[in-house]
Structure formats: structure tokens, C-alpha cells
Design a protein around this ligand. Structure first.
Ligand SMILES: [Zn+2]
Length: 314
């Protein structure tokens, strides 16, 4: 490979010799993000208000943004009960990617995770970017989140999702802190072993998906609920079809304040009704999927991570 491009090997899925439990074609992971209460606000000592907003209004001034703050409150007050009802109605064991502070501030959600058998996955201590943290700060951030989530839900998180941007250290720190899987990856429709920079041992990577995420209601080119439902169903259909030949996995990412609106929640219900009518779907938490994969694929080689050209061996 030419020395001015990074060393990168992209594996295909051809070598994956395993099956899902009971011969399922598809592992389906419903991911409920809980970030409300962890967003930026000068009230909590942040330099400015939360930039992620249904209206896309971004203020770089140290002001309260009362409108957007109330949008986040909506997620807890109205969105959560609607989503909760559907999880119960369709018997869904979900993975809650939670910013720890949000669960501290919404004990009823923490109690539902604990009492109804859902998985608590860490989305950081607060909903913030890690990229400016040095190694010690990031380790502290990861630990503090795990301690808090263990306290509120009774389970120590085994998976991690960053607020999109993370560091070169993140994966190794997660491994050192005993995490089972990392989900900051969009490179595949199935789990794989990912190389860990600075560690001889690989880590289970459970790729996530942004294309079918309900964030698409908020970001351009945005989807209508009808579009989103069609997109989610077609994603499911294609992976279900491919699942006859190789194990496939689908992630559906949701947010309380987004899909929890009355004009959108019906699309989630329609999706759940649709997939519940199919045979051979393993609707599971991410920790169950990661554990199963790790057990079944002990010998699979790790994919080589992208390395910068200056780090290439001579
Ligand atoms: Zn998130």
C-alpha cells in the first residue's frame, strides 16, 4: 500500500460461521436513547445552550434557551410514557443508551429498565463529546457514567455509545474498564471483532445505524413519519432476506423527544407490529447479541483499524 494513505483492511462478511439462537435470520436491536436532562445548559455550568434542537436554532451565547429546554422535558413527560407502552405491548427487550445524569433525573425510567428486564448501555455521564478529553479525563468520564448507571438501574453497563465524536483512546479505555462491546461504528450490518489501538485483544463491535434513526425527523434531508416507516420496514426486509444466507443485525435508534411525539409514535407502533408478525426474528438486547457473537465466533480474526500514515511501520 502506498505510504501516503493509511493502512486499512476492510473485511467482508464471507468468513462469519455462526448462527443466531434458534436459527433466527435476523437479530433486531431496538435502541432507546435517553439524553433528556443531560443536554447542555448554562444551568448545569455549560458554556452555552444545547445545539441539537427540533428547530435547528444554534446559539453560541451563554444564555438559557427555554424553548429547547422544554422540548427535552417533553421527551420525559410525554414521549417516554408512549414509548414505554409500546415496549410493553409488543414485549420488546430494548437497549437504553442512557446518559447517566438523565437516569438520575428520571428515576421512573431507571426503574422500568431495572424491573422490566431492559438493558442499560452507557451513553456517557452527561450527553457530551469526548474528543477534547485527555486519557485520564476520559477514563474518569467512562467510570463515572458506569458507576451512576449501576446505581440507578442496578446493572453495570456492558456497552458504550459516544455522542458521535470520540477519541483514539476510547475503545482501549472501554476494554480496560471491562466493557463487552462498543457501538460507535457504522461499517457493517452484523457484529464483528474490532482491533483495539494499543491493545493486543480485539473487542466486539456492534455497529449502530444513523440512516434509520429517528434523528432523521430532525436533520435534513428529513423524513416524514410515512417515509421513516417505509425506510425502516425496507431495511428490515432486505436484512431479513439476506439473513437466509448469513447472520444479519438491524439497529433501530429512537429518542424520547423525537419518536415520542403523537404525530410520529404511530410509525413506531406500525414497525413493531410488522416485525412481530415475522418468524425468525431475534428481538434482543445488544448485550445478548454481543455475548452470543463473542461465544460463537471465538476464532474470527479482528478487523484491522484505520491507522494514520505517520504511524505506519518503517
Ligand atoms: Zn445519542
Amino acid at each position: 500500500m502506498s505510504p501516503d494513505v493509511a493502512e486499512k483492511t476492510i473485511g467482508t462478511n464471507g468468513s462469519a460461521h455462526y448462527t443466531w439462537p434458534e436459527g433466527a435470520r435476523l437479530a433486531l436491536s431496538i435502541v432507546v436513547n435517553v439524553e433528556e436532562g443531560s443536554e447542555s445548559t448554562v444551568l448545569d455550568g455549560d458554556r452555552g445552550p444545547e445545539p441539537v434542537d427540533e428547530l435547528g436554532v444554534v446559539l453560541k451565547k451563554p444564555l438559557r434557551m427555554h424553548g429547547n429546554e422544554s422540548n427535552y422535558e417533553y421527551g420525559l413527560r410525554e414521549g417516554w410514557p408512549r414509548i414505554h407502552k409500546l415496549l410493553q405491548k409488543y414485549n420488546v427487550r430494548a437497549t437504553f443508551t442512557a446518559a447517566a445524569v438523565s437516569l438520575e433525573r428520571a428515576p421512573d425510567i431507571a426503574a422500568a429498565i431495572r424491573d422490566e428486564g431492559h438493558e442499560a448501555c452507557s451513553h456517557g455521564y452527561r450527553w457530551m463529546h469526548q474528543f477534547h478529553m485527555d486519557e485520564a479525563q476520559e477514563r474518569e468520564f467512562i467510570r463515572k457514567a458506569a458507576d451512576s448507571i449501576e446505581h440507578t438501574t442496578g446493572q453495570r453497563p456492558r456497552g458504550w455509545l459516544s455522542r458521535y465524536l470520540h477519541t483514539d483512546n476510547t475503545r482501549r479505555l472501554l476494554q480496560e474498564e471491562g466493557f463487552l462491546y462498543h457501538m460507535d461504528d457504522y461499517s457493517a450490518d452484523a457484529p464483528f471483532w474490532g482491533a483495539v489501538d494499543g491493545s493486543p485483544e480485539p473487542m466486539v463491535i456492534l455497529p449502530y445505524a444513523l440512516d434509520s434513526n429517528d434523528m432523521k425527523f430532525w436533520t435534513a434531508p428529513s423524513l416524514t413519519p410515512e417515509d421513516w416507516l417505509t425506510y425502516a420496514k425496507r431495511t428490515f426486509d432486505v436484512l431479513y432476506e439476506e439473513g437466509a444466507e448469513q447472520p444479519r443485525m438491524m439497529s433501530l435508534g429512537l429518542h424520547l423527544r423525537i419518536i415520542g411525539r403523537p404525530g410520529r409514535i404511530w410509525a413506531l407502533e406500525e414497525f413493531l407490529r410488522y416485525v412481530r408478525g415475522k418468524q425468525g426474528v431475534w428481538l434482543a438486547s445488544r448485550s445478548d447479541i454481543a455475548e452470543h457473537f463473542a461465544r460463537e465466533c471465538v476464532d474470527q480474526p479482528a478487523r484491522v483499524a484505520l491507522r494514520a500514515p505517520e504511524q505506519l511501520p518503517e
